[in-house]
Design a protein around this ligand. Structure first.
Ligand code: KG4
Ligand code: ZN
Length: 330
């Protein structure tokens, strides 16, 4: 029988300090998330300096709690995995430096994980049977990528946003209509009380790229011209138009690749309208749709430990020269 592999995952790319222990890439033994949302809320978004400082203050305690919850010791860890990009450089550096220290002290391999690979891997935890190849729509606060997951560590970007990430558009729209940060979940809720009866612009290209600046600006202009505009209707219309753009390109990619499995990943994949729309697409096209359970959609370290496991078994191991790369690509 093969030996079990315990990966300690560390995530600190934005405003969540998270540490997790995952067994064999799919079984979460602990996933402690220390969120800074309440601190950044008062500024209407993440303040990088404050985020870094908070990661420093939280990381040791969060790590100890993760080991305690997993009921294991530092010595039981086989691999130390940390997010090294993309993200805020100061925030990333805290996790990377801490992971390097642990790896050196424990004499265990270090694996630098791409945060976006982590979001995709969240699906492996929720869906134990899911294996590549599949198509993944990565939608988060920083990313909008349509990716062909050819294998666990082999990715091809089919399309990406040319300007704003979809989550950024959700957050900006929310801010302008008076909803607090992060706005995505609040738009999700408010949209349920409204109807998608406001015409907003769709943006398409010849390829599978996206653009969300047009729809964002249209919503902002509409609200400035008429602050009395019905907010639930505006939220529902924004959500529907943005989702239409995602679905149109996803459909094209499904046809191009003739693929039968489509996954969603990233914070915005928590959106109930988007999930429902993809479920409908799945029924229409005879395709299986996957998305992570809610707590694994937004930033967390379990997804980093899972991606780190697949990097490790495929030989993608880092050394102590690992550095934070804020604009790391998929
Ligand atoms: O993946 P994530 O935690 O961070 C990044 O890697 O960017 O995503 C955060 C984003 C925020 O923009 C937040 O508003 C959005 O995910 N989000 C949602 C929902 N829950 C979180 N957007 C729409 N509907 C939701 N239910
Ligand atoms: Zn993220």
């Amino acid at each position: 029988m093969e030996k079990d592999i315990y990966v300690l995952g560390i995530e600190s790319s934005c405003d969540e300090t998270s540490v997790s222990v995952v067994k064999n890439g799919r079984e979460v033994l602990s996933n402690v998330i220390h969120s800074q949302i309440d601190i950044h809320k008062q500024f209407g978004g993440v303040v990088p300096e404050i985020a870094s400082r908070n990661h420093v203050e939280a990381i040791s305690t969060v790590t100890k709690e993760a080991l305690l919850k997993a009921e294991i010791n530092f010595n039981d860890i086989d691999v130390v995995a940390c997010t090294y990009g993309p993200g805020l450089v100061g925030a990333l550096l805290v996790g990377v430096a801490y992971a390097k220290g642990l790896s050196y002290a424990l004499n265990k391999p270090l694996v630098g994980v791409n945060h976006i690979h982590g979001h995709i891997a969240a699906n492996y935890i929720t869906h134990k049977e899911l294996q590549p190849p599949f198509l993944c729509m990565v939608i988060s606060g920083g990313h909008t990528h349509l990716v062909h997951i050819k294998d666990y560590t082999d990715f091809e970007i089919l399309g990406k946003t040319r300007d704003d990430a979809i989550g950024e558009a959700f957050d900006k729209v929310a801010r302008v209509i008076g909803l607090s940060y992060p706005g995505g979940p609040k738009i999700d809720k408010l949209a349920k009380e409204g109807e998608a009866n406001i015409e907003l612009p769709h943006t398409y290209f010849d390829n599978l790229d996206f653009s969300f600046s047009g729809i964002k600006t249209a919503v902002l202009n509409l609200h400035h011209k008429n602050p009395e505009v019905n907010k639930p209707d505006l939220c529902a219309s924004f959500e529907k138009t943005a989702t239409d753009m995602l679905i149109t390109n996803t459909k094209k990619a499904i046809e191009q690749l003739n693929i039968k499995k489509v996954a969603l990943a990233g914070g915005v994949s928590a959106n109930s309208y988007i999930r429902e729309s993809y479920e409908n697409l799945g029924k229409q096209m005879g395709i299986k749709i996957y998305y992570p359970e809610l707590r694994l959609c937004t930033d967390n370290a379990a997804m980093i430990a899972s991606a780190g496991y697949y990097d490790y078994i495929n030989g993608n191991i880092s050394d102590l020269t690992l550095n934070a790369i804020p604009n790391l690509k998929i």
